[in-house]
Design a protein around this ligand. Structure first.
Ligand code: NOJ
Length: 709
């Protein structure tokens, strides 16, 4: 037994049954009176969530002076420490994923860790490792998009950024991989509905990002609110014990999601009393219970009545103590607070850097970058002034205690401000809102049309709002609101070329905008500096390099639409809508062009080499993407699957050879017996600048023997 486990057991042996049960609680600070919160600290609960700074310190002092195990403070810092009004707001996960830049995402998490820890807190409920495969789901913007490999690599980067090599170090915090598992797969994309799927699919499609996070040492995992094939994930022993602890070797602690003990009783109805629900959760493999403090009394009663073994509580407490020991809480229960670092200039600059890398150019008939001096640019659309919609969900203004009518504090930069700033004296930038995002009626269309008619180009800013994003905000319709649609239609009739800019949490169904625009770009919820980053791309100060982390369907009826689907053969298409998405995963244009040649796969070393040349006229960044397909396999496998990528920068005319080294595991599948296996046979490796067939160059190789992992 290692030293930390030994220490955890010693501490455990000194705890009463009541103290153990309290240790399993995570109490929500919001809604408590100060006296209630102090009482929870005095009895030694395991954790509080959503408490900040001095309040956290005060509660910790109470726990420590009552000789209780130090408290752990958790917070939803999912794209920056932005539940704190002064925290740095990074782009959303979906947006960050468009950078395909592992190092940059790690840096953002590391900056977030410093801010969270400077607020006296120890733990971020991040990264989100659910996949975003159905845009109707309200939480798609919280994911890294539709691909398991990208989600795994970026999730791992975030874990490294938060925890570092040693999470007890100054400025480091604990990570939490969530939501385990299948939350994004719910039927009809209805938040927390049942996901009909097999464990084979779970292991094949959904588990890999969690495996990567655990490999990086992720200290905690949060359960999903949903259920899989009728079993709520929080009480699914196979998921929590056999797979997570057994197969994946997770050695941290599992926290349930929000008020799940209650949902077992009142919504999912797999228990008829508090005690029954508490027993189910405790015995199934969850360790800490979020926001259901009644659990402690129920657990104590159950043990006393002989209905629950104390050993079950001991195991859960031990898991929590081990993490607290690793986090250094017993040596130093207080984080070194310093408000200076929260929202500091260095982090703001990093946020701006990320926003620039997120911007993804989806269409360009050559109008961009805007370069003709003296041009008159009509900026139209309410999103040009949006701040909260640039920030996205889980900020002080949106979640979980919405302050929607409050205005964020500077610094931030709206699209309109960004366009004005970057245009300087060289261009004339005029603005007309044209419509109201939330209203069905178009107030200012006429004025906007007049302006468009007398301008050289229109920048049309559109998207969704935080009212349509997040928990409890799934959408059945994914097209533009009527007011935005009408405005756009009227603008197209003016004949002035349109550059459309989408500020939205996730893809919308916008084929009419695609058709009617000369250029189209997005960065989803691009963070506090989205406006300037988008403007810099529009005026060509920055060469765009974002690639889509998620596909755009033509129509919501196509959902789910993702590039790595399993093949069909009989009727692989709709009669009224194209089979392929409008824009697909991995896609994104640049102001230069890249040419791929000389692809070569060495079968003995499983190495791929390819030459990439910048054949355009300006420096640019390209994300070299590698996909594979198992040509014949014992189970149906995806038409293609990302297995590697590298973002490189090339000067005009420069060529680089890029090398990727693989192992047989990279080409493996989950077979009918739920084993991970690389099956012998022929494989196709595809390399290029997007997941589209026409952008990929192909080579084949053979694996000679089955390899079981
Ligand atoms: C519920 C959400 O599902 C989860 O993502 C979040 O971390 C917790 N609430 C805590 O706010």
């Amino acid at each position: 037994m290692d030293e930390i486990k030994q220490r955890a057991r010693e501490i455990l042996s000194t705890m009463s049954l009541e103290e153990k049960a309290a240790q399993l609680l995570q109490v929500s600070y919001a809604g408590l009176t100060r006296v209630q919160a102090e009482e929870y600290a005095r009895i030694g609960v395991g954790s509080f969530l959503h408490v900040f700074g001095e309040d956290a310190r005060h509660l910790q002092e109470i726990a420590v002076s009552n000789k209780k195990v130090p408290l752990l403070f958790g917070i939803d810092a999912v794209h920056g420490h932005c539940l704190n009004r002064k925290g740095t707001v990074f782009p959303s996960q979906l947006s960050m994923a468009c950078t395909f830049d592992i190092a940059l995402v790690e840096e953002a998490a590391s900056a977030t860790a410093k801010e969270v820890s400077a607020d006296g807190l120890h733990w971020a409920f991040s990264p989100v490792l659910c996949l975003g495969r159905d845009i109707r789901w309200g939480r798609v913007g919280e994911t890294f998009g539709e691909d398991k490999y990208l989600a795994g690599e970026l999730g791992a980067a975030m874990v490294r950024g938060y925890q570092g090599k040693d999470c007890s170090e100054k400025g480091k915090i604990l990570a939490c991989a969530k939501h385990y598992i299948g939350y994004g797969e719910a039927t009809g994309a209805r938040d927390s509905y049942d996901a009909e799927m097999t464990y084979r699919k779970v292991k094949s499609e959904l588990l890999p990002p969690f495996e990567r996070a655990v490999e990086e040492g992720c200290a905690t995992v949060m359960t999903s609110q949903g259920s899989i094939s009728g079993t709520p994930c929080t009480v699914d022993e196979k998921l929590l014990k056999d797979i997570l602890r057994g197969d994946v070797n997770f050695d941290g602690f599992v926290v349930t999601d929000w008020r799940i003990v209650g949902s077992l009783l009142f919504a999912q109805r797999v228990a008829s009393t508090f005690e029954e629900a508490s027993k189910l959760v405790a015995e199934s493999g969850s360790d800490m219970i979020m926001a259901w403090p009644e659990f402690a009394a129920a657990a104590v009663a159950l043990v006393k009545e002989g209905e629950l073994s104390e050993q079950v509580l001991d195991e859960a407490v031990e898991h929590i103590l081990v993490v607290k020991l690793k986090a250094g809480l017993f040596e130093n229960p207080y984080k070194e607070q310093s408000s200076d670092i929260i929202g500091c200039v260095e982090h703001q600059e990093l946020s701006k850097k990320l926003s620039r890398e997120c911007v993804t150019l989806l269409k360009n008939d050559g109008i961009l970058p805007l370069s003709k001096k003296g041009m008159k640019i009509a900026v139209v659309g309410a999103q040009a002034e949006a701040v909260r919609d640039m920030y996205g969900d889980w900020t002080y203004f949106s979640h979980p205690r919405p302050n929607i009518d409050a205005m964020p504090e500077r610094p931030y930069c709206t699209l309109l401000e960004g366009l004005r700033e970057v245009a300087g004296e060289d261009f004339e930038v005029v603005y007309e809102k044209g419509c109201n995002m939330r209203s069905e009626f178009d107030g200012g269309v006429e004025k906007a049309v007049l302006l468009a008619k007398h301008s050289d180009v229109v920048v049309f800013a559109f998207g969704d709002t935080i009212y349509e994003v997040g928990e409890h905000k799934d959408r059945a319709k994914a097209e533009l609101t009527l007011s935005q649609k009408k405005l756009f239609e009227a603008l197209t009739e003016t004949g002035t070329p349109i550059v459309s800019v989408m500020i939205a949490s996730k893809p919308l169904c916008i084929s009419e905008v695609d058709e009617g625009s000369a250029a189209l770009l997005t960065a989803f919820n691009p963070g506090a500096y989205g406006g300037v980053a988008l403007a810099e791309v529009i005026f060509g100060k920055i060469n765009p390099s974002g690639k889509l982390s998620i596909s755009f369907p033509y129509h919501v009826g196509q959902q789910p639409t993702y590039y790595n689907h399993l093949p069909g053969w009989h009727a692989d298409s709709y009669v009224d809508t194209p089979k392929e998405p409008l824009y697909v995963f991995g896609e994104g244009l640049s102001y230069t062009r890249f040419e791929y040649t000389d692809e070569f796969f060495d079968e003995d070393t499983l190495t791929l080499r390819v030459k990439v040349k910048n054949v355009g006229e300006r420096t640019g960044k390209e994300t070299v993407q590698v996909y594979f397909r198992d040509l014949v396999s014992s189970v149906i496998t995806p038409v293609k699957q990302l297995i590697a990528f590298e973002k490189i920068q090339l000067e005009a005319g420069e060529e680089k050879e890029v090398t990727f080294l693989f192992s047989a595991k990279d080409f493996s599948l989950i077979d009918r017996k739920e084993r991970r296996i690389a099956e012998k046979g022929e494989f196709e490796v595809m390399v290029g600048g997007s997941s589209k067939d026409e952008d990929l160059r192909k080579v084949r190789f053979t694996i000679k023997e089955d390899v079981v992992f």
